[in-house]
Design a protein around this ligand. Structure first.
Ligand code: 5GP
Ligand code: MG
Length: 183
């Protein structure tokens, strides 16, 4: 594996994002909706840097993927999100094809959110397949499969304190792959 962002760089990125979000948001209350499971480390760091009143909700979204390919998006069975009339910040770990965030944004608007903005720690340059605008982006990355700081490979490696790119030798030989990834 190759380290792309060390702990210090990640913290600086979150500092920068929190400052940007605070400046754009002002003092009004925020309903933050984190996309499980990948968001956990990121939002834990982000929320402690925000000063406006923040409510937090978490939703589950996951896709089946092999090493780097996405499958159908599955959202957890409809939970009643209490967001009618609220200003929402949707937070995910990484913006890749954009299908996840686009689907979630629609769902939040349908549920009556007053506004929906999005923040992602990472965006893969040139990978977006659907029209989607992320309002706040921590870091741009080239198209590679990354792990750590909340992001998994087959549900492992979320606990790495840094962000790393998987290299060909890190993947098991073909035929031994279990392709489930838990978001
Ligand atoms: P999208 O719907 O934008 O293609 O995919 C977004 C979701 O796919 C993210 O929330 C994340 O769970 C997963 N994902 C996309 N790229 C990567 C990656 O490089 N590493 C990991 N661990 N997950 C990824
Ligand atoms: Mg995810």
């Amino acid at each position: 594996m190759k380290v792309l962002l060390n702990e210090r760089q990640l913290q600086q990125g979150v500092d920068r994002l929190a400052a940007e979000i605070s400046a754009a948001w002002g003092p009004r209350p925020m309903t933050m909706i984190g996309v499980l499971n990948g968001c956990i480390v990121f939002i834990a760091d982000l929320i402690r840097r925000l000063k406006m009143p923040v409510r937090i909700e978490l939703i589950q979204a996951s896709s089946y993927r092999g090493q780097t390919t996405r499958g159908p998006l599955r959202l957890a069975a409809d939970r009643q999100l209490e967001i009618r009339g609220r200003h929402v910040l949707l937070v995910d770990d990484i913006l890749d094809t954009g299908h996840t965030l686009a689907a979630l944004q629609n769902r939040l608007r349908e549920a009556g959110a007053a506004s929906v903005r999005t923040a992602v720690l990472l965006r893969k340059a040139g990978c977006q397949e659907v029209e989607i605008h992320a309002d706040f982006v921590g870091f741009e990355l080239p198209d590679q499969f990354v792990v750590g700081y909340g992001l998994d490979y087959r549900d492992q490696l979320r606990n790495l304190p840094y962000l790393a790119a998987m290299e060909p030798d890190d993947f098991p030989p073909a035929g031994q792959q279990n392709t489930f990834s838990g978001g």
